[in-house]
Design a protein around this ligand. Structure first.
Ligand code: COA
Ligand code: AMP
Length: 643
């Protein structure tokens, strides 16, 4: 069936469509009902189905002739290590570590926090939790102790798994002190901590609480997969929302396995036995879906890469990995290629590697900006596929369905809704907009399998964040339009979420932290366009009356505050003191105006602004701090005509 017919069938008769697709995976017990509503009135998939995700990702393949196929290639450009695990070896490691976790009292439904660098043990820990029916929550290693503590307190884990260190370029980052600080801050710390020792760092261990990974493995008995219900949670992944409290996105077992299996062929056009590489981090949704679960459930070989696109050792790193493992489908964020383009604009380093195995390049995590798309089109002769999705959906919403019917690419568009997703554009009153007009991008309910059924123990928050604004729809909080040919263009978030180098962060959270500083009366943090990272946050602060503080010192304190509380990954490097913030007459901060002031020569002063004179004051501050279009000005403090 062609794309259009299949998509229509999927949204007009989702029960029929997803009943057929549930046959893609091997259930212990087949579901008796495909789609139903739970006690909270929320849609759920595959009632009565019993399965185990670790079985599907490992044992199933061992039992069906893939035992000797490589399941996972580990490539660490920072430690110069290469390792490979066959499906049998990975299954055995996972089974043993699941036994070790069971020895720590972890069972079905218990939560386990995983705070790990990009090493195979991170994937082993995730799959071991899945094997026991325990619920993992991976926390990105770039987050500071406070962020880890917040997640610990929400998930209330029985156990936390970490390693002695991560390695960022040449910097060894000791993880254990960060974990210890988070455990000291948390109200509900776990009883047990498992530490994987890396040779590059040692960790202080607390007697009775902390355990060495190898010691536990030595004494463990392998554990078999535990059957779970389709609706049982597989994991919680916390993601940034509009406030300081991250949202605990829940993923179930049944819908997730079916959706990922379906996406591997439909979206990524990849076959079992081929090599799939997503250059991301297990701490993000891309890592969950397309480093670990998707490729393994599909019987592919996945690549787990510890390194960067540049300086590990050079801008040829990604080409080298594609060549070394004969990668067929490669997926990363556009920011990675912007970093490469900056260092190797003519892609000279690509010529050193045979990347003829590569069939398709996939990009997501942020908008594929047309200049990056053009550059990639010039240096590669494979299709370049932009696709749009979110932590919440777990798999692509809009994509060029390469395994179904590849379409002509329109630069700037992620192409068409994937079967299962009915995408519409509504105005602020909930009415459909005209073709080509910008509005709020929404998805008609029910969301297909694989998407979040709820937030962790926060049904009210789930409804409020996603379902209440546009009844009958899931609100994506992305804005954009659909053109006359049906192509979807995603233009950016409509809330306080920004994407910094593909990392999702909340400006609202940064404002809460800065607003808590003793000298600050009010502040605005906005994401402004950045050539490398896509967006970076900047802060504008107004001091409390009578506060006498050296502004340079305050700025340094605020930068250090964000780094300490959220993490280096926030890339918050500019905080500037201003007399006032631009506001509407009703007192709403004009964040969009600040963003535009940073990047556009001429802006029209918004008619709702309470005091037009403020525009030139903000512009002066941006110049002084060399933000956005002023970034390359000489260091001397400019005296502008609008001062
Ligand atoms: N653990 C600890 N610290 C981390 C970290 C981790 N897992 N990940 C990032 N950081 C730190 C970095 O070391 C850096 O610290 P610094 O301020 O002391 O230099 C800071 O967080 C910012 O990191 P990042 O935004 O990644 O910038 P970068 O300059 O280190 O690298 C890129 C820039 C473009 C090379 C990098 O972001 C990248 O490879 N992106 C690829 C896309 C990607 O992985 N996206 C994820 C979603 S698909
Ligand atoms: P995350 O939850 O970290 O995956 O971030 C999701 C957000 O990233 C989306 O809501 C979008 O704002 C943005 N995003 C992801 N992929 C794309 C894309 N292909 N085009 C435009 N924006 C994207």
């Amino acid at each position: 069936m062609r794309y259009k017919d299949l998509h229509t069938l999927s949204v007009e008769n989702p029960r029929f469509f997803w009943r057929q697709r549930m046959e893609l995976i091997d259930w212990y017990e087949k579901p008796e009902k495909v789609l139903y509503e739970d006690e909270d009135g929320l849609y759920r998939w595959y009632r009565g189905g019993k399965l185990n995700t670790s079985y599907l990702a490992l044992d199933y393949h061992v039992d069906h002739g893939r035992g000797r196929q490589v399941a996972l290639y580990f490539d660490s450009a920072v430690t110069h290590t290469k390792r490979r695990y066959t499906y049998r070896e990975l299954r055995d490691e996972v089974a043993l570590f699941a036994g070790a976790l069971r020895g720590q009292g972890v069972g079905k439904g218990d939560r386990v926090i995983i705070y790990m660098p990009m090493i195979p043990e991170a994937a082993i820990a995730m799959l071991a939790c899945a094997r026991l029916g325990a619920v993992h929550s991976v926390v990105f290693g770039g987050f500071a102790p406070h962020e880890l503590a917040v997640r610990i307190d929400d998930a209330k884990p029985k156990c936390l798994i970490t390693a002695t260190c991560g390695i960022e370029f040449a910097n060894v980052i000791d993880y254990k002190p960060l974990v210890d600080a988070a455990l000291a801050e948390a109200e509900f710390p776990p009883e047990s901590v498992i530490v994987f020792p890396r040779p590059h760092a040692k960790a202080g261990m607390k007697e009775g609480r902390d355990h060495d990974w190898h010691d536990l493995m030595h004494d463990a008995e392998p554990a078999d997969p535990v059957p779970v219900d389709a609706a049982d949670p597989l994991y919680i992944l916390y993601t940034s929302g509009t406030t300081g409290k991250p949202k605990g996105v829940v993923r179930d077992n049944g819908g997730h396995a079916v959706a990922l299996k379906y996406s591997m062929k439909t979206v990524y056009n990849i076959n079992p036995g081929e090599v799939f590489w997503a250059a991301s981090d297990v701490g993000w949704v891309v890592g969950h879906s397309y480093i670990v679960y998707g490729p393994l459930i599909h019987g592919c070989s996945t690549v787990l890469y510890e390194g960067k696109p540049v300086r590990t050792p050079d801008a040829g790193a990604l080409w080298r990995v594609i060549a070394d493992y004969k990668v067929s489908a490669f997926f990363t964020a556009p920011t990675a290629f912007r970093a490469i383009k900056k260092e190797d604009p003519d892609a000279h380093l690509k010529r050193l590697y045979d990347i003829s195995s590569l069939r398709t390049l996939y990009l997501a995590g942020e908008r594929l900006d047309p200049p990056t798309y053009e550059w990639l089109s010039q240096i590669l002769d494979v299709p370049i596929v932009d696709h749009w999705w979110q932590t919440e959906t777990g798999w692509p919403i809009v994509a060029n369905p390469m395994g179904l019917e590849p379409h002509r690419v329109k630069s700037g568009s992620a192409s068409f809704p994937v079967p299962g997703f009915k995408v519409e554009v509504l105005d602020d009153e909930g009415q459909p907009v005209a073709t080509g007009e910008m509005g709020n991008i929404v998805i008609k309910l029910p969301l297909p399998p694989g998407c979040l059924p709820n937030l962790w123990q926060d049904t009210a928050g789930f409804k409020q964040a996603y379902l209440e604004r546009f009844p009958g729809y899931y609100d994506t909080s992305d804005g954009g339009y659909i053109d006359q040919d049906g192509y979807v263009f995603i233009m950016g978030r409509t809330d306080d979420v920004i994407n910094v180098a593909g990392h999702r962060l909340s400006t609202g959270e940064m404002e809460e932290l800065i607003g808590g500083h003793a000298a600050v009366a009010e502040c605005a943090v906005v994401g402004i366009d950045d050539q490398l990272k896509g967006q970076i946050p900047i802060g504008l602060v107004v001091l409390k009356d009578g506060v006498d503080v050296e502004t340079a010192k305050l700025e340094a304190e605020l930068i250090a505050l964000i780094r300490a509380e959220i993490g280096a990954v926030a890339a918050f490097r500019k905080a500037m003191v201003v007399q006032r913030l631009p506001k509407t007459r009703s007192g709403k901060i004009l964040r969009k105006t600040i963003r535009r002031l940073a990047v556009e020569e001429q802006i029209i002063t918004p008619p709702t602004i309470d005091d037009p004179a403020i525009i030139s004051e903000i512009r002066t501050a941006l110049r002084k701090h060399r933000v956005g279009q002023y970034a390359n000005l000489p260091a001397a403090e400019p005296v502008g005509d609008d001062v």
